[in-house]
Design a protein around this ligand. Structure first.
Ligand SMILES: [Zn+2]
Length: 474
């Protein structure tokens, strides 16, 4: 029992993925040292009343684009992590489609320098592309937490790897156990359709959906799952947008493939009926689809076929988003600050329990990417990464108030119920009373030191290209 704590959060309700209970939480040196009745708490330097509020494990967002280096007019590590802090997000995993892309140890080290101004904790994705298979080991040694494979093009237009390069990359990463996150849309289908639509003068927002029908996701998820099944690589399907791709996802899970999946608020809360109203602002890859897709995604999120919520935080300037010709509008929008208010609103409306929200926003990402039990829970020994939430707080989303540099959102003027009123990262307030705490730049740390993936489980290793070349088989 610790005799003296730094901070006690007193009188709140602690929420886990299975239950909620009133308890005080004591924090020392960034860790939770006691959870329980007030009488059982150690004495502390500071006690903050959180009576009437709920303590959630801070959200862990496996999918953000903070644009630095290369596109800092859209976002940088300071603005991106400030937005996260305001959104109750305490850990982010950041994507490699910066300029230059995070394709080798050199760029990984440069990104670690850029991230030194982060105020929340973070992981960094290395790129898995056609031409950098020989760099994967160097990326791991430089601290890559996971890998990103763009099966379909998106911002940055990194060429998609061939299935051959994907297999070789999967073989290498199956041996190390790093999870590979997939932009699972098949590039060749989309390129052909978009080219023909453009040539025919089809320039409306809904033509973006027509260029990327759900078969692009079905084909890509199924193909990646087969490669993962054969190699034993761990994979994660990013931004699931369609009901159809849930079928190969669920099927792969049944076959024992180590596969997880995420969806994002836009796919749950928007559909094709919003395209006229939102115009090119709604353009995102993959596209927002039909109402029946949203319904299927909700079912899958509640049943566990979809494991987690992420945001695909992808900021652009308003003038880069508002275009008359849909193909000229940049894809994506900021999300890391609005996810929690939007999803807590769904909790308030009875669509999901608060405990399930904790599961999909913190527990599942922590477990899938090796951060559990240090992150993703409020319990003794864990990092004190906490979103203190007022479930009754009413707000209206306004892009101009977002802390991202991308001051545009498809959720403009949406009224929300529930918001994080304080955010703590390893015991320190980074957001307090709905205001950013100044002077916290640099508080954020890369999670490399705590990430513990289960033992790698490669299959067919004797037939991996490296084994064949080494003369170990045949
Ligand atoms: Zn993305």
């Amino acid at each position: 029992m610790t005799e003296y704590a730094d901070l006690i959060l007193s009188g709140g309700t602690v929420v886990s993925e299975t239950t909620s209970f009133e308890a005080d939480v004591a924090i020392k040196d960034g860790h939770i040292v006691a959870v329980g009745e007030a009488a059982a708490m150690p004495s502390a330097a500071e006690t903050v009343s959180v009576a009437g509020l709920h303590l959630l494990p801070g959200a862990i967002d496996m999918h953000v684009h903070f644009r630095e280096p290369g596109y800092t007019h859209k976002e940088d590590w300071g603005t991106g992590t400030s937005a996260a802090a305001m959104g109750g997000v305490t850990t982010v995993f950041e994507m490699p489609n910066t300029n230059p892309p995070t394709r080798s140890a050199t760029e990984m080290k440069a990104k670690q320098v850029a991230a030194e101004k982060a105020c929340v904790d973070f992981g960094l994705y290395g790129l898995l592309a056609e031409d950098n298979i020989d760099e994967l080991q160097g990326l791991i040694e430089a601290g890559a937490n996971a890998f990103k494979c763009f099966m379909g093009n998106t911002f940055g237009n990194l060429p998609s790897p061939s299935t051959g390069a994907m297999l070789e990359g999967f073989e290498i990463l199956a041996k190390t156990g790093h999870r590979i996150s997939l932009h699972a849309e098949t590039a060749s289908i989309m390129a052909l359709r978009q080219q023909k639509l453009q040539a025919a003068g089809c320039n409306y927002p809904l033509h973006h959906v027509a260029a990327r029908p759900d078969i692009v996701a079905v084909e890509a998820v199924a193909r990646a799952a087969h490669l993962a099944e054969w190699t034993g690589a761990r994979i994660h399907v990013l931004h699931i947008s369609s009901a159809a791709e849930l079928i190969p996802l669920a099927d792969a899970k049944r076959r024992g493939v180590d596969i997880t999946g995420e969806t994002c608020p836009c796919y749950l809360l928007l559909n094709t009926s919003d395209y006229d109203r939102l115009g090119s602002v709604i353009r995102v890859n993959p596209p927002v689809r039909e109402a029946q897709d949203s319904a299927g995604l909700w079912d899958a999120l509640l049943s566990g076929v979809v494991d987690m919520i992420a945001t695909d935080h992808a900021p652009h300037l308003p003038e880069e988003k508002r275009k008359d010709i849909i193909w000229e509008a940049d894809c994506g929008f900021p999300g890391v600050e609005t996810q929690m208010p939007l999803m807590l609103t769904q909790v308030a409306e009875g669509r999901m329990s608060l405990e399930h929200y904790v599961k999909i926003s913190a527990v599942s990402p922590a477990k899938s990417f090796g951060l559990w039990p240090v992150k993703g829970r409020i319990g003794v020994g864990a990092h004190a990464d906490i979103a203190v939430v007022d479930l009754n707080r009413k707000e209206t989303i306004k892009a101009e108030r977002l802390h991202s540099r991308g001051k545009i959102t498809p959720f403009e003027d949406v009224e929300t119920t529930g918001a994080p009123v304080h955010t703590l990262v390893r015991g320190a307030f980074v957001q307090r009373d709905r205001s950013l705490v100044t002077g916290m730049a640099g508080h954020g740390r890369q999670v490399t030191d705590i990430q513990q993936m289960p033992e790698p489980a490669p299959k067919n290793a004797d037939r991996f290209l490296s084994s064949v070349l080494a003369g170990k088989s045949l």
